[in-house]
Write a protein that binds this ligand. Structure first.
Ligand code: ATP
Ligand code: TZE
Ligand code: MG
Length: 261
């Protein structure tokens, strides 16, 4: 990923743009936020990966999302859906459900969002999950089968599921720190990092499922390291960025427990 330096087009919510751009830069990718409907299609066509995060959509941004998705699809560019707070809110639930038909390469969500997007639950509490990751495994399988995407469910342990076209893989990624939930946008930034890893993996002929696992391992390992030195959410956020920047692939492998089912 660092060798490729993928250009990541982010259409994301107003709360997390800064941390998302910082996480991409620290990890070796190049961020660009391009929301305008007259620009988003053109930019998605030249990006290595695209993130569509519905966390706080404006009417204009939604038009940009439609343009970016259509263009990414046409160019064969991997795009990632982050269905923030889907379930409780009608517009984003309808959009995210429709976009399952538009070939997302990955869906990254917490457990409540995953269950709600699959249509088997009501969603979490605002942007936070109220469900266990393991409880979202059937929903993740169903979403992968319906959309063709790799589905990643985050929480204390992350679950990455591919279940389509004769492929069946479920990978657990264990790492991180509870303070990741006390800094806003760690999950949203991970969605962008997932798009970065997918772009790099496609360029190298590597597998999408492995790319999604790698993104979650990188973010989680950096969380583990940051948790050792920080006094609270503020210093944790800074230490997380530093660790995203400094950890080597070997460091990451040593900090994360990956198990397959
Ligand atoms: N208790 C925990 N222990 C370790 N890591 C955790 C814990 N909870 C979440 N994480 C990690 O935090 C990151 C964000 O996951 P989370 O499920 O909180 O996303 P999210 O709810 O979409 O976040 P946000 O919407 O605030 O961006 C992931 O890397 C996940 O593995
Ligand atoms: C707090 C918040 N509100 C809308 S999006 C967002 C960022 C976390 O998903
Ligand atoms: Mg989220």
């Amino acid at each position: 990923m660092r060798e490729t330096g993928p250009l990541v087009h982010c259409l994301t919510n107003s709360v997390v743009r800064q941390i998302t751009a910082d996480v991409l830069l620290a990890s070796g990718a190049a961020p660009a936020m391009v929301d305008h409907p007259d620009e988003a299609g053109d930019f998605a066509a030249i990006a290595s990966g695209v993130l569509v995060n519905v966390g706080n959509p404006t009417a204009e941004q939604v038009e940009g999302m439609h343009a970016a998705i259509a263009s990414a699809r046409e160019a064969g560019t991997p795009w990632v859906l982050d269905p923030v707070a889907v379930g409780g809110l009608v517009l984003r639930t309808r959009l995210s459900t429709e976009w399952l038909e538009s070939g997302p390469a990955a869906i990254r969500a917490n457990a409540s969002e995953t269950i709600a997007l699959a249509g088997t639950g009501a969603g979490g509490r605002g942007v936070d999950s109220t469900e266990e990751v393991a409880a979202a495994a059937p929903a993740a399988r169903d979403l992968s089968a319906r959309s063709g995407a790799v589905v990643a469910v985050t929480g204390p342990r992350d679950l990455v599921v591919t279940h389509h076209d004769g492929l069946e893989r479920a990978t657990w990624v264990e790492s991180g720190h509870p303070l990741l939930q006390k800094v806003i946008g760690t999950g949203c930034a991970l969605g962008a990092l997932t798009a970065a890893y997918l772009g790099a993996a496609r360029a190298a002929g590597a597998d999408d499922h492995d790319a999604v696992v790698a993104a979650h391992a990188h973010a989680g390992a950096a969380g583990t390291v940051a948790g050792r030195t920080s006094a609270g959410p503020g210093s944790f956020a800074v230490a997380w960025l530093d660790a995203l920047y400094t950890l080597t692939p070997e460091d990451i492998a040593g900090l994360v427990t990956v198990t397959t089912e």
